[in-house]
Ligand binder design. Sequence first.
Ligand code: B12
Length: 217
Amino acid sequence: MSREEEILDGLYENTLNGMAPPVVELTKEGIALNMDPMVLLFDALIPALEEVGRLFEIGEYFVPEMLIAAKAMSGAMEILQPLIAESGAEPLGTFLMGTVKGDIHDIGKNLCNVMLEGAGFKVIDIGVNVAPETFVEAIKEHKPDAVGMSAFLTTTMPMFITNIEAIEEAGLRDQVKILVGGAPVTQEYCDTVGADGFAPDANSCVRLTKQLLGIPA
Ligand code: B12
């Protein structure tokens, strides 16, 4: 097995087991060996987190295991983010992103942010557990072209409706395109809440944003 393959295996195993220090070390080593940050992300880190989700679902992992795995992944993301987001050109537009109220899942949102920045958007991240009035205030302040709302729980997905209503009431609905996403979200659900679009992953989030804003692919 090559050192690159060992690094991918090590990243997968250590993320799965929530071992943050080796995840950081292996990420740094991979970068030093000129491995593509996207390969580290999509071939090791994300699959590990998917497996964490599966183990949680079947009752082999509990919240603490999920949490330390997520922390381990975040350590790698801090290193990878600036490498993926390098762009420097005039921004294509401004994207405001937040996780809805009641929900603290932020890895999927952060990944979208990294890819949007990498594609040339200015991203304003208003964090997790974002109340409808905070979305409204942030739209007034930053005047984004697009607003993304992330939800990872079936119990917090209905916040999309509450947020969109608040944005409508503030008279801002026609000034922004609204995208929704997160593990349990579907196109069907997107249509029922009146958002402009849904994307299942970070790459398609970029594609959809460009499409909605009329930017050539
Ligand atoms: C890590 C994790 C946690 C961590 C979160 C840490 C963090 N900083 O984010 C912690 C431990 C805190 C956590 C807590 C909980 N979690 Co949790 N968690 C997960 C887990 C394992 C991974 C989520 C993740 O980050 N995945 C990685 C990313 C990359 O996922 P992704 O979906 O591929 O992301 C892409 C798309 O969703 C999309 N996207 C995301 N956002 C957006 C936004 C826009 C605008 C667009 C266009 C696209 C988009 O692009 C992303 C990038 O490609 C999932 C399992 C799963 N299958 O999702 C459970 C999961 C989401 N959690 C779950 C649950 C139940 C909980 C808790 C309620 C557990 C508890 N009893 O306390 C709490 C709730 C806390 C809260 N109030 O939010 C359930 C949800 C079930 C449901 N259907 O409602 C899941 C599905 C696990 C399961 N199988 O049961 N969790």
